[in-house]
Design a protein around this ligand. Structure first.
Ligand SMILES: C[S@@+](CC[C@H](N)C(=O)[O-])C[C@H]1O[C@@H](n2cnc3c(N)ncnc32)[C@H](O)[C@@H]1O
Length: 296
């Protein structure tokens, strides 16, 4: 829902247009509230568009891609870091039927709403949504089969701390899967490089992505290795994320119309440009890693 009060207008104005006014991650999500991209659910991800026609389908498809990559199945105890409003957990509990899903999220307003969704779905005995950080998990050592993080790990301070914590809580042989945003490889062409810099800086600035998380896929692999993971596989899925999302938002104005005025103006300006330019600096990855069977 867009906040059209003067207070809401200035909060958005400050966030989006005042270069001297940064917001903490939880403040960003409190401000966005339930203005999700999706129409029927409250997903906050950009979606996986290979076989999707709408943002609701694409957001669910991305959640399913992460779960399938991690082999989520009956008997698994799953830890979901950065669960937003919990729609993904309800989807996984219904389709993959793991034994249990524990969630960690630092944004209290989302935690409260997500818990209501879970209770309404009658899944309170299967899904345990907690307020807590992916970088300091209130979770026992070696108690989890699968750690997932759906479009959230770029926020963590730092992502490396999250890798270390994920390793600690996974049982030997456990799996870690992220759908995550990293920068694109620097282009040789200086104009393209400038586009990449602007694209990354705008998103990182507005969504509070720490500088320490600014690294490419090869470094992502090295940091997973340093945390102790093996069997690492990282693929860019950016062609199935940004361009189709951009095209969808250009032809279906439902999301743009629900934005407050300042955000709507910026969204229209972005949509009038090519996807290549707007997302020049942003890669989108699906990463998989395993904790060795015998640790130590
Ligand atoms: C882009 S949203 C994605 C939400 C959800 N996964 C989805 O796909 O709809 C990022 C989420 O990460 C959460 N988050 C950010 N930093 C976090 C941290 N350190 N620990 C746990 N959650 C965090 C935010 O509160 C938000 O729910």
């Amino acid at each position: 829902m867009s906040d059209n009060t003067p207070g809401g207008f200035f909060a958005y104005f400050n966030w989006l247009l005042n270069p001297f006014h940064g917001l903490e991650t939880t403040e960003v999500y409190d401000l966005i509230g339930t203005t999700a991209l999706t129409e029927h659910r409250l997903y906050l991800n950009l979606g996986y568009w290979r076989d999707a026609d709408t943002i609701d389908e694409a957001s669910e498809a991305l959640a399913l891609l992460v779960a399938e990559r991690g082999g989520m199945a009956a008997g698994d105890v799953v830890l979901d870091c950065g669960y937003g409003f919990g729609d993904q957990d309800i989807l996984w509990a219904t389709i993959m039927k793991p034994e249990k899903i524990i969630g960690l999220n630092i944004t209290r307003s989302q935690v409260e709403r997500a818990r209501m969704h879970v209770a309404d779905a009658g899944l309170g005995n299967m899904i345990d949504l907690r307020e807590g950080s992916a970088t300091a998990m209130p979770i026992a050592d070696e108690s989890i089969d699968l750690v997932v993080s759906l479009e959230s790990a770029f926020h963590y301070r730092s992502r490396e701390d999250f890798f270390r914590e994920a390793y600690r809580v996974l049982r030997p042989g456990g799996r870690l899967v992220t759908a995550d945003i990293v920068p694109t490889k620097h282009a040789g062409n200086p104009f393209r490089r400038m586009e990449q810099w602007i694209s990354w800086s705008l998103v990182a600035g507005k969504f509070n992505i720490p500088q320490e998380n600014y690294y490419l896929i090869p470094s992502y692999t090295s940091k997973l290795l340093s945390a102790g993971f093996v069997g690492i596989d990282i693929k860019s899925i950016r062609d199935d994320v940004y361009r189709p999302l951009h095209e969808y938002l250009s032809r279906d104005q439902t999301f743009v119309r629900k934005l407050p005025p300042v955000a709507r103006m910026l969204a229209k300006s972005a949509l009038s440009q090519s996807a290549e330019r707007v997302y020049a600096g942003l890669d989108y990855i699906l990463s998989y890693a395993e904790k060795p069977e015998k640790s130590g």
